[in-house]
Design a protein around this ligand. Structure first.
Ligand code: BGC
Length: 783
């Protein structure tokens, strides 16, 4: 089936275009950005800097001529939410049918960049077919707390996973000649008070945790647009944050595209233009355009900044014209099949313990006939989250139907509990449980579908806890008491606490929010039609109280303090040696993998340092499967406290039974560096590094130590440097030591003086030097 949208093109096709670099993208339609810009009045340029409505940029028309056409942007991220003309902003039902691909939580769990590229291509095809210029996604915010209501839209607690996978997705989408919007820049890690709260976060933490996923996508894939966040970062709204939008994004990372506001994120439009926010969305009804014009006329805003922003809007228009010329169509069936493949790849098998000597999964075709299916979520799937990402799917699979089709039989089903979004059922909760227990008793194995009801997680608000609804846990316990052969399949967009009940579930998997084909995908994994290959991109903690941001989430009085610093996700649990339910990177398959011959070799030094890591991985089990090989680096000798280990590279490899492959990785200087808070730059400090290769952050199969020649980090000396710091200084150290040697000092006093500033020591006359010699020493040390 081919869907050929009949929505009229938003872009008049008679308009000429050129690409950003000046080369014609479509010879028949040269749209000369500079020439158009030169023709525009100040008012017209200012008008380009905000939308004409919720989803379109403003056109410029003069005397019946369209100087600048309007283009459409729309959500995103895991499917197209192109609204009907009359729908309200969050009028969620009224969008054109589009494939609802798995949410980022599920896509991310595949750890499969090639797959994400293919999903991206499909998303790009649907975007293009619907005459939309930019798909508003992906979101690469870090899962700071599992409570964030929007975690389902994000990939990981780790920036390398988020950045790698989002890069692949962006490249896939943009290969179809449409754009993306990398969001929400930056430090938008909660929904509570999201439009005002200040994320108070130190620079090192920003650089090492919250910015690198954006950096990776920007530097590698050049998304057409970046969307600024609603929140403030260290007291400045992201929509007017000069350091974020210009210094970091453009000057350091070389971003060439346009910065768009999140919808309604603009507080001070003039400050935004000055900071580098090009396009305000949605329309301000002309109010902020007039403010921009007035600021220029009053001399408060340089017109060159208006030109720069208008130029970027014109480039966006120009680069979207060729696709608008030939929108094409898409194959609904093929995209549904891809959504199913992706959802299966993102399904994580957490546990598959033997019962009566054998694991319960996979359910061989013969075994399937003896299965009972329990849980409303098997019939009424939760497959996406609420809010601006909510897609109107082209079709919807449920696990119950898929399992029955695989079994070729009408498997018994009991809802066990009700969902607000499911069918009405007048029976009491006890009666529902009794029915499920009855079904379980008569079955060989029970598949219990549990998860978070829709109201538990959404854009716009956060979760209060990590628990399943009490009625679901009670159902599970009752079913397991009747039949211990229990497989639990979870649905939910973020970590769910499994510790309170998982002892009664010998097998456990999660399909996250797997998109419109999530139901059939989970069935594929349960039956073994697909071997599970998903891995956790977020830790499943034992308790909410163990989580890194606990006590600092979601903040208070307008501020949220990122007190855990760089110790986010597994970095926290490892530093504190806290037990978890399932660690970052974990996931089982129906086969097993052995690792051997691990090696790490260093070449070059400093900025040119490279570590080549190799390991042989063998499928030692009975069926084909895919392993996600993970490389972690630790730097125990650094001047600053660094996480125990950090993911730096990964690869997903498919292996037939008995097959071996040598997997290699190249780490560069940046992979070994940290952000120095005093020097305010990346520093590769020389010394020993630990390189670990493993199947999860807590299943390391080989640990190697390498020596890397890097910087000897020397901080500038000043009068308030301590005696200890001076002694370590390569120039000042010998001088101070000499002075001390010549002055008899009591050893106890010397120990106390180690942390005293040099100026105080000079004033006390403790080390035989005075302020004058100290000034000379400081000058010599910094020369
Ligand atoms: C969301 C964005 C979304 C935009 C447009 C905002 O509320 O934060 O992610 O793209 O609305 O719907």
């Amino acid at each position: 089936m081919t869907l050929d949208p009949t929505v009229p093109a938003a872009v008049p096709t008679t308009v000429p275009t050129t690409a950003a670099d000046g080369t014609p993208e479509h010879p028949a339609h040269p749209f000369d950005v500079e020439r158009v810009l030169a023709r525009l009045t100040l008012e017209e340029k200012a008008s380009l800097l905000s939308g004409v409505d919720f989803w379109h940029t403003q056109p410029v028309e003069r005397d019946g001529e369209t100087l600048v056409p309007s283009v459409m942007v729309t959500d995103g991220p895991h499917g197209l939410r192109k609204q009907d003309e009359n729908a309200d902003h969050l009028g969620l039902g009224n969008s054109v049918p589009a494939t609802c691909f798995p949410t980022a939580a599920a896509l991310g769990s595949s750890w499969d960049a090639d797959l994400l590229h293919r999903v991206g291509e499909a998303l790009g095809r649907e975007t293009r077919a619907n005459d939309v210029a930019v798909l508003l996604g992906p979101g690469v915010n870090i899962k700071r707390s599992p409570l964030c209501g929007r975690n389902f839209e994000y990939f990981s607690e780790d920036p390398v996973v988020a950045g790698e996978l989002a890069t692949a997705l962006v490249e896939g989408i943009q290969s179809l000649g449409v754009g993306t919007s990398l969001k929400h820049f930056a430090a938008n890690n909660q929904e509570a008070d999201r439009m005002r709260v200040s994320a108070d976060v130190d620079e090192r933490t920003l650089r090492e945790i919250y910015l690198p996923a954006f950096e990776r996508v920007v530097t590698r894939a050049q998304p057409w647009t970046v969307m600024c966040a609603y929140n403030k970062v260290n007291d400045v709204y992201a929509s007017q944050h000069d350091w974020l939008l210009t210094t970091v994004l453009r000057d350091e990372w070389g971003f060439e595209g346009l910065v768009v506001s999140d919808w309604g994120a603009v507080r001070d439009r003039v400050a935004g233009v000055a900071a580098g926010l090009d396009l305000e969305m949605p329309s301000s009804g002309g109010r902020t355009d007039a403010e921009v014009v007035a600021a220029v006329r009053d001399g408060e805003l340089d017109e060159a900044l208006v030109d720069a922003a208008a130029r970027r809007v014109l480039h966006l228009v120009a680069r979207s014209l060729p696709a608008a010329e030939a929108p094409g169509s898409f194959d609904v069936d093929a995209h549904h099949a891809l959504a199913r493949e992706a959802a299966a790849a993102g399904t994580v098998l957490l546990k598959n313990a033997p019962v009566d000597g054998a694991p319960l999964l996979p359910l061989a075709p013969g075994a399937l006939a003896g299965v009972a299916v329990v849980g409303e979520l098997a019939r009424t799937p939760r497959y996406q989250g609420a809010g601006s990402s909510q897609v109107n799917p082209t079709r919807l699979d449920d696990a119950l139907t898929a399992l029955r089709a695989a079994a070729g039989a009408d498997l018994p089903f009991a809802a066990g509990y009700t969902l607000a979004e499911g069918p009405a059922d007048d029976r009491s909760p006890d009666a529902l449980v009794a029915e499920a227990v009855e079904a379980a008793r008569g079955a060989r194995t029970v598949l219990v579908f549990l998860g978070l009801p829709a109201a538990y997680e959404s854009e716009g608000y956060d979760r209060d806890h990590l628990d399943l609804p009490a009625d679901q846990v009670a159902l599970l316990r009752a079913v397991a008491a009747a039949n211990p052969r229990v497989v639990v399949a979870l649905a939910g967009g973020s970590a769910i606490s499994v510790a309170p009940w998982q002892d009664v579930a010998p097998a456990l998997l999660t399909g996250w929010l797997g998109g419109q084909a999530g139901g059939s995908a989970v069935a594929d994994v349960l039956t073994g039609a697909v071997a599970p290959s998903g891995r956790l991109t977020e830790t499943l903690p034992l308790r909410l109280e163990d989580t890194p941001a606990f006590g600092n989430f979601p903040g208070e009085l307008g501020h949220v303090r990122y007190g855990e610093g760089v110790l986010v996700g597994y970095r926290w649990y490892d530093a504190r040696q806290v037990d978890v339910a399932y660690p970052f990177g974990h996931g089982l398959s129906y086969t097993t993998f052995a690792y051997d011959d691990a090696a790490a070799e260093v070449t070059g030094s400093g900025a040119d340092a490279q570590v080549r890591v190799a390991v042989r991985v063998t499928n030692t089990g009975p069926v084909a499967g895919s392993e996600v090989v993970q490389v972690y680096v630790g730097d125990p000798q650094a001047q600053v406290h660094r996480p125990e280990r950090e993911l730096k590279a990964f690869a997903k490899v498919h292996l037939e039974p008995g097959e071996s492959r040598v997997v290699t990785f190249g780490l560069d200087a940046r992979d070994l560096s940290y952000w120095h808070p005093v020097l305010r730059r990346w520093v590769l400090e020389g010394g020993e590094f630990r390189v670990a290769v493993g199947a999860s952050s807590r299943d390391l199969r080989a640990e190697l130590v390498v020596d890397v020649v890097g910087e000897d980090v020397t901080l500038p000396l000043h009068e308030l440097s301590t005696l200890g710091e001076a002694l370590e200084h390569p120039v000042a150290g010998p001088v101070v030591r000499g002075a001390l040697d010549g002055t008899p000092v009591d050893p106890g006093l010397l120990a106390m003086a180690t942390d005293m500033p040099l100026a105080v020591i000079a004033d006390f006359g403790l080390a035989g030097f005075d302020r004058g010699t100290l000034a000379q020493l400081v000058a010599a040390a910094n020369a």
